[in-house]
Design a protein around this ligand. Structure first.
Ligand code: HEC
Length: 128
């Protein structure tokens, strides 16, 4: 129930803070970073100088899929030809092998929309 604690912590922090939209975004991004560390970090980084097995994800929102220079994508991913939106990232976390059949990213299967949303908020806060 670690995730529920995290969500509670995010909501408590939110209530204690002035009610501003950017505060909510920041709290979501912080909760998302913890979730990212737990679910994605063993294969991905958002820091260009860290080595990682999967492609670099900083600034992924708004970037063309399969476009990190020098990363060896699967053929399926390099031919994906779309731009990562928050919605595409949610679909990817839920069933990456359905969004891009033949991808070499292992199925992660994150179906909880809150968890998806927090991770997207975190990713959207990177690469600026
Ligand atoms: C077991 C390792 C592993 C885990 C865990 C993992 N990924 Fe990946 N990810 C990969 C690999 C490998 C690729 C490259 C896929 C390909 O080339 O087909 C990839 C590709 C991606 C891409 C496409 C990047 C681009 O440049 O277009 C996104 C977005 C992504 N992963 C997000 C996530 C998120 C978010 C999580 C956590 C919820 C996650 N991944 C968990 C290994 C992983």
């Amino acid at each position: 129930m670690k995730r529920n604690h995290l969500i509670t912590a995010a909501l408590v922090a939110l209530c204690a803070a002035p009610a501003a939209a950017d505060t909510f975004d920041r709290v979501k991004a912080e909760a998302g970073e913890t979730l990212f560390d737990a679910q994605c970090r063993r294969c991905h980084t958002v820091n260009p100088s860290d080595p990682s097995y999967g492609p670099l994800l900083d600034g992924i929102v708004g970037r063309k899929a399969g476009s990190v220079e020098g990363y060896e994508y699967s053929e399926a991913m390099s031919k994906a030809g779309f731009v990562w939106t928050p919605g595409a990232l949610r679909a990817w976390m839920e069933a990456n092998d359905e969004l891009i059949p033949g991808t070499k990213m292992r199925h992660v299967g994150i179906t909880d929309p809150t968890v998806q949303d927090f991770i997207v908020s975190y990713l959207a806060s990177t690469g600026k």
